[in-house]
Design a protein around this ligand. Structure first.
Ligand SMILES: [Ca+2]
Ligand SMILES: [Ca+2]
Ligand SMILES: [Ca+2]
Length: 389
């Protein structure tokens, strides 16, 4: 694969002071206000896959890693596992558990970073009533993307009991080869950001709970596929700010929901932010979607090459604010567009979710590419990616 040619084709981007007025439209995008960057355009001579395919990983399970927090767990409840994934994705694992509140009823390997939950990939079986679990010989192999998830420490064991059906002990399968990154999505709009021409007024641009993914796809972000008609996860975020359907619609998609400093899921207005932690190895990419709320079906996402942000450049972890031109407003192609900030079928005013006329153009694409425009006086979203010690 040609990481090299990709990076060679990309120019160094310079910091430019943010101009007072930025109009995003068919002929003018937010390419104009590159005011910081993580993309230094360094050539990547060779893309070496790091990580643990073939490597045996030891895993300790306990109640403290479990989400949500389990109840009535004996102090010594624990598990110990050894797991290996070969280059074809075939998983071998042995898991022993002890001191649970009752017999272990199920044990699975899931996809999700530490601190989040995600779908089951592989079910384990037991021959001794729940003390020891293994991957059955007829279990499916991991896909290429799931092997990537294993290599970056994104898989975990979860053991279920009657008392804790959602899980009593959990253990992250992490060989320690990955870099941890804190991702911050910050709303930097103000009361004066969105121009509403029909009323001659301005509005802020709130952003919604959304979804993110770390992946290795060469051509496109899985969050945006298919591109000729939005997946159900994207439609729900883009029209209604609802991220619940995404994990089922797109394997590996994970929700972010609760603003920094809040107790409950909700949108972020000016000054608000979402934060979450991801992990990656060289070659891993990151993408996200969050609704441009004063719209029918618009969202912010990465528009870097392959619609994803590289987590490593020249083999080194990226660090800092994502260059503004690598983020843009897209349309999910699922609802006809009304004037931003006023439409009766937009989420702030509509009678019910998923209400509005069919979009005459069903393609998932940037509003620039679809010939649409919006008048913004300021930037709305700042994304910062910071490697963690
Ligand atoms: Ca639309
Ligand atoms: Ca719809
Ligand atoms: Ca609507």
């Amino acid at each position: 694969m040609s990481m090299k040619s990709r990076f060679q084709s990309r120019k160094l981007k310079y910091a430019i002071a943010l101009s007072a007025a930025v109009v995003i439209g068919a002929c003018s995008s937010d390419d104009d206000d590159d005011d910081a960057l993580i993309d230094n355009g360094v050539d990547n001579e060779e893309n070496v896959d790091e990580g643990g395919a073939g490597q045996a990983v030891s895993v300790l399970l306990d109640a403290s890693q479990e989400i949500p927090a389990p109840v009535g767990v004996p102090a010594g409840a624990s598990g110990s596992a050894e797991v290996q994934v070969d280059e074809n994705g075939v998983v071998t694992a042995t898991l022993g558990v002890s001191n649970l509140s009752g017999p272990a009823a199920m044990a699975h390997i899931h996809r999700g970073f530490a601190g989040s939950t995600g779908p089951v990939l592989i079910g384990l079986t037991t021959d001794d009533g729940g003390s020891t679990w293994t991957v059955p010989s007829d279990a499916r192999a991991l896909t290429e993307e799931e092997i990537g998830a294993f290599n970056r420490g994104e898989l975990y064991f979860n053991v279920h009991t009657a008392a804790n059906a959602a899980g009593e002990i959990r253990g992250q399968i992490d060989a320690g080869n990955a870099t941890r990154f804190l991702v911050r999505l910050e709303n930097i709009s103000t009361e004066n950001t969105l121009n509403v021409a029909s009323t001659g007024t301005t509005q802020p641009v709130p952003l919604s709970p959304g979804a993110y993914i770390v992946h290795r796809n060469e051509v496109d972000s899985p969050l945006l596929l298919p591109r000729d008609a939005a997946n159900a996860g994207l439609e729900a975020v883009a029209e209604d700010g609802n991220n619940e359907p995404y994990p089922a619609a797109v394997p590996g998609a994970a929700p972010f929901s609760t603003p920094v400093g809040a107790d409950e899921p909700g949108p972020i207005g000016p000054g608000g932010a979402y934060e979450f932690t991801i992990q990656g190895v060289d070659g891993d990419k990151f993408d996200f979607v969050t609704m441009f709320i004063p719209s029918n079906d618009w969202f912010y996402t990465a528009t870097d090459a392959d619609n994803s942000l590289d987590l490593f450049v020249g083999g080194q972890p990226v660090s800092g604010e994502v260059v503004a031109s690598d983020i843009a407003i897209w349309d999910s192609g699922t609802e006809a567009d009304e004037e931003p900030g006023t439409g009766a079928n937009q989420v702030q005013r509509q009678a019910a979710p998923n209400t509005g006329d069919i979009d005459p153009d069903t393609r998932v694409g940037s509003i620039d590419g679809r010939g649409q425009s919006v008048s913004l006086n300021e930037r709305v979203l700042r994304v910062t990616i910071t490697p963690q010690p």
